[in-house]
Design a protein around this ligand. Structure first.
Ligand SMILES: NC(=O)c1ccc[n+]([C@@H]2O[C@H](COP(=O)([O-])OP(=O)(O)OC[C@H]3O[C@@H](n4cnc5c(N)ncnc54)[C@H](O)[C@@H]3O)[C@@H](O)[C@H]2O)c1
Length: 355
């Protein structure tokens, strides 16, 4: 191989700290086989310093020819770069080759080789001065999303108390042609990236005696959202003289976002667990998950139920707004709809509680 691209998972461990075992293991297995002039690119999202502090030493110690990683203008050696993956699952508005590719090499030749390789695929490559700058670029992008989502999640809670519709406000604010990008509130953060990546930086920051306050605060606000949803389900049932305990609740959508088949860190899982803890009898429906078993952070063992008995549930909770759902029909048939995604926008009914 002239080039090897590594994009293995980078989760958090049980102590909420970076788990780089997949990266380490992969580099260790590659190291004995690397050859002079080969390009090795890490794409996994990680804290600044990973390429230099983990990838480079393992490659240099593990290769059979005692090759070094090329620095500066060196031609000889192993060429190592970091280039973040910038996927947005379910987003078909931007073609993959139109997503610019950021590249930071340990040496100039690594950057040039990576530019030439990725330039064959992506319309634009964006070289930066170091792997750390490329690693930090990815974290900035994800922290930006995490913090802004937390901001609208907090403002949603205030707006509800003030009797203001946050979605109306966001729709109005986004008409500003500059300086504002719309983010939308929801039942919490999900996915493999946004709830996790910022904590890679918080962890690394501690080495520099630095506290990343925005990341901590955003994490706290976003993590609390499933509890906020639970409170509103309980409140809506209470209005009808019912308690959560013993109520039949149908959760619509398991995936962490619309129209995708990924449930990693999905807030639906937490909402279901919280409902069960309170004694509700919970079913779910998700066209992308006929069944759900056990994962890293959940143990549900459930089967998706059809949508033909909506009226038999005390509450139907929209947690993921898949576009295949007929929201009007759902509202018509259900006794009570708790909508965490504004999926019922434009539908007028006393049965809907938006939160
Ligand atoms: N999924 C996304 O949308 C997305 C977006 C941007 C960045 N990323 C980043 O990309 C990286 C990979 O994420 P993903 O969602 O593609 O992960 P994933 O779970 O889909 O796994 C990616 C690949 O790694 C392989 N793999 C898993 N464990 C391995 C091991 N121990 N050794 C070798 N290969 C192994 C898997 O088989 C799979 O082919 C993460 O760092 C993630 O943060 C993902």
């Amino acid at each position: 191989m002239d080039a090897v691209i590594i994009c293995v998972p980078t989760p958090l461990d049980e102590h909420h700290e970076p788990d780089l075992s997949y990266v380490r293991g992969t580099i260790e297995s590659i190291a004995p086989h690397v050859h002079d002039g080969q390009l090795i690119v890490l794409e996994s999202t990680t804290y600044p310093g990973t390429t230099e502090e983990i990838v480079v030493p393992i490659l240099e110690a593990g290769n059979r020819s005692r090759l070094k990683v090329a620095r500066g203008d060196e031609e000889a050696g192993i060429h190592v770069a970091f280039s973040p993956e910038r996927e947005d699952p379910g987003n078909d508005t931007v073609a993959r080759h139109d997503i610019p590719k950021v590249i930071g090499g340990c040496g100039r030749v690594a950057t040039a080789l990576a530019e030439s390789m990725y330039g064959a695929i992506f319309r634009k490559v964006v070289p930066v001065s170091s792997p750390s700058a490329a690693e930090m670029t990815k974290l900035l992008e994800n922290i930006y999303r995490c913090v802004n989502i937390a901001l609208v999640n907090e403002l949603k809670q205030l707006c509800m108390r003030m009797g203001i519709d946050i979605h109306e406000v966001i729709d109005a604010a986004k008409t500003k042609p500059f300086g504002f990008q719309a983010f939308y509130p929801g039942p919490g953060l999900g996915g493999h990236c946004i709830p996790i990546d910022p904590f890679y930086l918080s962890w690394k920051a501690r080495e520099f005696d630095f506290r990343t306050q925005f990341i901590e605060l955003a994490g706290e606000v976003n993590r609390n959202m499933p509890r906020f949803v639970l409170e509103h389900i309980a409140g809506a049932l209470n209005e009808q003289g019912k308690s959560l305990k013993g109520s039949r609740v149908l959760v619509l959508g398991l995936a962490y976002k619309r129209d995708i088949d990924d449930l990693r860190e999905s807030p639906s899982l937490t909402v279901i667990e919280l409902l069960r803890e309170k004694g509700a009898s919970v079913d779910y429906n998700d066209p992308y998950f006929p069944t759900v078993g056990r994962g890293r952070h959940y143990d549900l063992n459930m089967t998706s139920v059809p949508l033909d008995r909506l009226a038999s549930y005390d509450a139907v909770v929209i947690v993921t707004d898949h576009s295949s759902y007929d929201y009007k029909a759902i509202v018509e048939q259900a006794q009570l709809v708790v909508d965490t995604r504004n999926a019922t926008k434009g539908i007028r009914s006393e049965k809907i509680v938006r939160c």
